[in-house]
Design a protein around this ligand. Structure first.
Ligand SMILES: [Ca+2]
Ligand SMILES: [Ca+2]
Ligand SMILES: [Ca+2]
Length: 379
């Protein structure tokens, strides 16, 4: 049996070994307990993963718009929590107008159906994106149909109460770099109806539009992309942020459930210069943020009203589990049901389809690697 002193010495040696091996992360001031590890490495069938959702049994769904190799039709993959296996859940998703499918943000409704963003912006910028509903019976997809149309770049979606909420990342209005948050009630697409957004020039008077963001492009990125990720806290306040400049916002919910005006929370390139996917971590009252530009996971501490870093790393191909252009975050097993079964985990999707000015591949768009990964962080 080890003496107390020996245990302390052994512990110190482990701690020191850890420090030298993980010097890269420590330069960003990250706690080693949050070092990401590899959750899944996909083959070419999933060559660009993007969105994340979980059903009420804790199974994970990952959408794959497959921008790097469009010969691989878009797919939504499903991870069986008990079997620990991945399989296609809905495959061959193609938009009839463009021949191309691009599922991005996705979330389950209370009734068990799955809603997802079909992002057609990279195929056709002329309002071809849609919100789709996958009707599910006994755990199997039955049909896939549009419920909202006339969207530019449908990106993130949430389902709460009797409405869906989603972001549209581009407006393409000359001289103004807008992004949008929409709320569309189920009644607008009941009985086979399809809801249609107004053209972006009329967004301010669109009854479905809750808020309009503004992006100021900067540096090498010069990216004008607006509202990207979106989530709600436990009270229903909405959080969103711009991909292009990291400006971070809330839309506060009123006592009667209606929404107030979009309000800026952070506009500071030094602490946050890119917001991709966001999710709510109820236990800590944090909004987790995928910083696609800097290979980082940051969070908005709602109680302290500050941005902090959970993890950040330099360029990697992702095979080591480290972040490789993280685009989506999801707190997994945060419910009472799964909390008993294991620790809470943050699942992180790595987009790895680089744009100018990102840490990933030095922003070189010709250098996307072939390793397509999901990371996991123990919270
Ligand atoms: Ca996104
Ligand atoms: Ca990679
Ligand atoms: Ca990389």
């Amino acid at each position: 049996m080890m003496s107390k002193t020996m245990l302390v010495v052994a512990g110190l040696a482990v701690a020191m070994a850890g420090q030298s091996a993980f010097a890269d992360a420590n330069t960003y001031g990250c706690d080693e307990q949050y070092r990401p590890t590899l959750f899944k490495q996909f083959g070419n069938v999933v060559n660009v993963p993007d969105g994340l959702a979980q059903d009420k049994d804790g199974n994970i769904y990952c959408s794959a718009p497959n921008f790097k190799d469009q010969n691989q039709a878009a797919v939504i993959m499903r991870y069986d929590r008990k079997q620990k296996t991945w399989a296609p859940f809905v495959s061959g998703l193609r938009n009839p107008d463009t021949g191309f499918g691009a599922p991005m943000g996705l979330e389950f409704a209370e009734d068990g159906n799955l809603y997802y963003c079909d992002n057609q912006y990279f195929a056709d910028k002329n309002y071809k994106s849609r919100i789709m509903r996958v009707t599910i019976k006994d755990g199997e997809a039955q049909k896939v149909e549009p419920v909202v149309e006339n969207i530019k770049l449908a990106n993130a979606i949430r389902v709460r109460g009797n409405a869906i909420y989603f972001t549209d990342t581009f407006g393409d209005i000359k001289g103004s770099n807008e992004g949008y948050v929409y709320q569309v009630p189920f009644s607008a697409f009941a009985n086979g109806k399809v809801a249609k957004l107004l053209p972006k020039g009329q967004a301010a008077s669109d009854p479905f539009c809750l808020g309009i963001t503004q992006t100021t492009p900067f540096g090498k990125r010069k990216d004008i992309a607006g509202a990207d990720g979106m989530c709600m806290d436990k009270d229903g306040n909405i959080y969103t942020g711009n991909f292009g400049d990291g400006r971070f916002y809330t839309i506060p919910v009123n006592a009667d459930g209606s929404y107030g005006k979009l309000k800026e929370l952070v506009k500071d390139l030094k602490v946050l210069s890119c917001v991709d996917g966001v999710c709510y971590y109820e236990k800590e009252n944090w909004v987790m943020i995928a910083d696609s530009e800097k290979n980082a996971i940051r969070y908005w501490d709602i109680d302290e009203q500050t941005i902090k870093v959970l993890w950040q790393n330099d360029d990697t191909d992702g095979s080591d589990g480290l972040l490789d252009q993280p685009c989506e975050v999801m707190v997994w097993q945060d419910s009472k049901l799964f909390g008993l079964l294991g620790s809470t985990k943050l699942i992180v999707v790595n987009f790895d389809w680089t744009f100018p000015g990102l840490v990933n591949a030095g922003g070189d768009e010709t250098k996307n690697d072939k390793i397509n990964t999901i990371s996991v962080i123990d919270l």
